[in-house]
Design a protein around this ligand. Structure first.
Ligand SMILES: *Cc1c(COP(=O)(O)O)cnc(C)c1O
Length: 398
């Protein structure tokens, strides 16, 4: 290799001139908070995923909070979800005063194991919150079967899954249609497209969409866009407790440009993931991600399970020393100090497990401890990818 590679980052947003121009357009219009750009972004987003309604909010965590409220989650209720996710998933349940009930994952896809759900349903269960982890769609068919049997709503944490697809009655459909009741997306820079920060709720239920719009704006009866354009004096009222969960027009203008790039970004990510699958196939003991034939991931993250003899921290350090950034596997919320024993359950009864480790979540814990996320981003060159592979091979031999 002639060219020296100083540093390969884990991710890099695909963002530039068009987004900067769009932000400028919003700024120069004089209307910078939630307004016409947000409305246009919502329409374009809904059309892209095939949903009836899309409502933009400040981030995916606030989207999850509103989704749980909309399906009626109240203090003391239980919500079935995974511990093996970014902590926002479980936190959103606690914002409602409800208790997360953690279910283990499938080791191949890192998604919720649908066979374990029925077991933890109790009379206090109010909803199921599933995650399309790292952009890989979870087994929605099996999950919806269980949910329908028990008359429970399903919320999809699709934070990472914009552009991912699932085979549904013989047709490829976008995640976010939604296939459950409500899907929630993130536009954090670590995701596939970004607005700096930002989130989106999609649903086919007009009542919920109306609720989201009230809640995100303090429960205000008349949006300020309407008052601003009115010829007559209007006084607003606040019939309910709301929040400030708005997206700004500057963010939405950027998001509209990002959405235009999404097909190209998704295609490129799929190509790079395919390349990894081929180039890493011959590392003994290394387990590559599995994509079931009824889904198409957007490969928000590319996760490999290390050979048993390898130490995760050591592999990551060797790679970092060689200029390749990695991340350890997805975290487990139940192992964090913020999740003391009383904050979660792993079944319908109180968990008897030690703090920070749980027999019933062993696949989740192993996934956190034994996997590594490799660099994957739109601008990644062949040269950079070859280098990552070379360095990983070296690190696995140390
Ligand atoms: C990133 C992420 C979130 C949080 O998204 P924000 O927009 O940062 O609030 C929630 N769930 C999952 C699975 C995520 O990866």
């Amino acid at each position: 290799m002639s060219e020296k590679i100083p540093y390969v980052p884990i991710a890099k947003p695909c963002i530039g001139e068009p987004e900067a121009e769009a932000a400028k357009r919003a700024i120069m219009s004089g209307w910078v908070t939630q307004g016409p750009e947000v409305a246009a972004f919502e329409q374009e987003f809904a059309a892209y995923v095939g949903a009836d309604y899309a409502c933009a909010v400040s981030n995916c965590t606030t989207a999850l909070h509103l989704a749980l409220l909309a399906v009626g989650v109240q203090p003391g209720d239980q919500v079935i979800t995974v511990s093996h996710s970014y902590i926002a998933t479980a936190n959103s349940i606690r914002y409602c005063g409800a208790i997360p009930v953690f279910v283990d994952i499938e080791p191949q896809t890192y998604n919720i194991n649908p066979l374990l759900i029925a077991d933890v349903i109790s009379e206090r269960t109010r909803a199921i919150l599933v995650v399309h982890q790292m952009g890989m769609p979870c087994d929605l068919k099996a999950i919806l079967d269980v949910a329908h049997q028990h008359n429970l709503p399903v919320i999809e944490d699709a934070a990472c899954a914009i552009g991912s697809e699932i085979l549904w009655n013989g047709e490829w459909e976008k995640i976010g249609k939604p296939h459950g009741d409500i899907a929630c997306f993130s536009f954090h820079p670590r995701k596939v497209i970004t607005t700096g920060d930002g989130g989106m709720l999609t649903t086919n239920n007009p009542e919920w969409d109306k609720q989201f719009r009230l809640w995100r704006q303090h429960g205000m009866s008349v949006p300020d866009t309407v008052r601003h354009g009115a010829k007559q004096v209007i006084f607003e009222s606040y019939p309910m407790l709301g929040y400030n969960y708005r997206m700004t027009d500057i963010q939405a203008a950027v998001g509209r440009e990002q959405l235009k790039r999404l097909p190209e970004i998704t295609e490129r990510r799929r190509y790079l993931a395919q390349q990894y699958q081929q180039m890493l196939a011959d590392i003994p003991g290394l387990k590559l991600p599995t994509e079931p034939d009824w889904v198409k991931s957007n490969w928000q993250s590319y996760c490999v399970r290390l050979p048993e003899k390898c130490d995760q921290r050591q592999v990551m350090q060797v790679m970092l020393d060689a200029g390749v950034a990695t991340r350890r596997g997805i975290m487990c919320a139940h192992r964090e100090p913020a999740y003391q024993i009383e904050a979660w359950l792993c079944g319908s009864r109180e968990c008897q497990c030690e703090k920070a480790t749980c027999d019933r979540l062993s696949e989740s814990e192993q996934a956190q401890d034994c996997t590594v996320l490799l660099p994957l981003f739109h601008q990644m060159t062949q040269h950079e990818q070859d280098y990552v592979v070379k360095v990983l091979k070296m690190a696995c031999q140390v």
